[in-house]
Design a protein around this ligand. Structure first.
Ligand code: CAA
Length: 241
């Protein structure tokens, strides 16, 4: 029987690459998304991966959405917490709304999505939780006090939950992508991207979403059963922990 994987924010960017790679690796995959119906429809038609719409910043929506995924595909064995947003602003210009939106999706979202699947993973003595954090949670980034705080919080969440899951066959790991060539990074002002960010990446290019997806496929596999509580950096040499 194929294992079931849920990828949040799974219809675009890094999440879409992860969903496709897991499908190619033999998983039954569900892709969650929050807003962009048009992109989600195209993704579903092109990949055959079913899409499920809900907002990960709402606990109630997560409980309901996960119930519909499990009704359609079966119990979730692999959870990839990938959904994330940016609301970049220098701190002196950052609004409480920009702070709360990013914390709500990028940090509280991990609680909201993981909590409803956790008991089932414990009961079945197997689970994989893979959290997509960020280089900017490791090093901090000007213009991203909200995002850096949330992504650093994701790493603490990963390490705490790994300890709770270990005796129950559940591994919990984080991946910290650097700057990957997605819409999110391409939304950075071109001058900042070209003059400030690219020169800081020793390999001299943005990463590809598939380079993150391949790490997820490995962490989800039985081969990775001894890896838990880890943070895997994939950032082209931009930052060493
Ligand atoms: N690295 C280095 N310097 C940066 C920078 C960065 N990432 N972002 C901004 N700066 C510099 C600018 O070059 C500028 O310097 P100068 O005055 O010397 O030219 C200064 O900071 C102020 O920037 P702006 O003039 O752009 O100020 P602003 O108020 O108009 O905008 C900002 C500020 C919204 C933060 C905008 O600069 C911005 O969007 N910067 C990019 C921030 C960033 O790196 N976001 C990452 C998004 S990708 C992501 O989050 C995915 C991931 O996980 C890696």
């Amino acid at each position: 029987m194929s294992r079931v994987a849920l990828v949040t924010g799974g219809t675009r960017g890094i999440g879409a690459a992860i969903a496709v790679a897991l499908k190619e690796a033999g998983y039954k995959v569900a892709a969650n998304y929050a807003g962009n119906d048009e992109k989600a429809k195209i993704f579903e038609a092109e990949t055959g991966i079913p899409v499920f719409k809900w907002d990960v910043s709402s606990y109630e929506a997560c409980v309901e959405g996960i119930a519909s995924v499990q009704a359609a595909l079966g119990p979730i064995d692999v959870l990839v917490n990938n959904a994330g947003i940016t609301r970049d602003a220098m701190f002196h210009k950052m609004t409480p709304e920009q702070w709360n939106d990013v914390i709500g999706t990028n940090l509280t979202g991990l609680f909201n999505v993981t909590h409803p699947v956790w008991t089932g993973m414990r009961d079945r003595n197997f689970g994989r939780v893979i959290n997509i954090s960020s280089i900017n949670g490791q090093k901090g980034q000007m213009g991203q006090a909200n995002y850096s705080a949330a992504k650093a919080g994701d790493l603490g969440f990963t390490k705490a939950l790994a300890q709770e899951g270990a005796a129950k066959g559940i591994t919990v790991n984080a991946i910290c992508p650097g700057y990957i060539g997605t819409e999110m990074v391409r939304a950075v002002p071109e001058k900042v991207l070209n003059e400030r960010i690219l020169p800081q990446i020793p390999v001299g290019r943005l990463g590809e979403p598939e380079e993150i997806a391949r790490i997820v496929v490995f962490l989800a596999s039985d081969d990775a059963g001894f890896i838990t509580g880890s943070t895997i950096s994939a950032n082209g040499g931009q930052f060493f922990v």
